[in-house]
Ligand binder design. Structure first.
Ligand code: AMP
Length: 147
């Protein structure tokens, strides 16, 4: 494999983490943020994004990964409840050859239903009001689960 490019601080998720561009946030802690994917592959598609800068899993600190997967689990459980999902798909891509398009480590967390195909990756932009409504429901489920 050719050596990947260095982490670029101007990638879109770094800008979201710095609050320079908006997102529909559903969760934040000291190390991690989670927000709605704007081109969801299914309703409720969330991205879990560690705050520490790394391109992907290949250059990430293991402690960052360890914490992030606990947030992925929390979000997966909330999505299962909110969307009455039959299953939850977790995906994570490393470098363009594997389908990565945004070069800041992130995990896709996507509710799945029997017999319903996933929409294409980075496909169609969802309506902002739909994303906002889904985000609100997920935040409420996370608040219930932590109380
Ligand atoms: P990946 O190919 O794993 O790097 O996926 C990047 C994901 O980021 C895709 O699913 C896109 O739909 C999503 N995405 C791109 N721009 C934004 C944005 N501004 N806010 C939220 N999600 C985004």
């Amino acid at each position: 494999m050719t050596k990947p490019a260095a982490y670029d601080d101007n990638n879109i998720f770094a800008k979201i983490l710095r609050g320079e561009i908006p997102s529909h946030r559903i969760y934040e802690d000291q190390h991690t943020v989670a927000f709605m994917d704007v081109m969801p592959q299914a309703p409720g598609h969330v991205l879990v994004v560690p705050k520490a800068p790394s391109r992907n899993i290949l250059d990430a600190d293991p402690a960052t990964l360890a914490h992030a997967i606990t947030v992925v689990q929390k979000v997966a459980k909330a999505l299962e409840e909110v969307f009455d999902a039959d299953g939850v798909f977790i995906a994570q891509f490393n470098e363009p050859a594997a389908g990565q398009t945004v070069f800041h480590l992130h995990f896709h967390v996507i509710p799945r239903h029997e017999g319903v195909a996933l929409k294409p990756h980075s496909g169609k932009m969802e309506d902002g009001a739909v994303l906002a409504a889904n985000a609100e429901k997920i935040r409420a489920a996370l608040a219930r689960s932590s109380s």
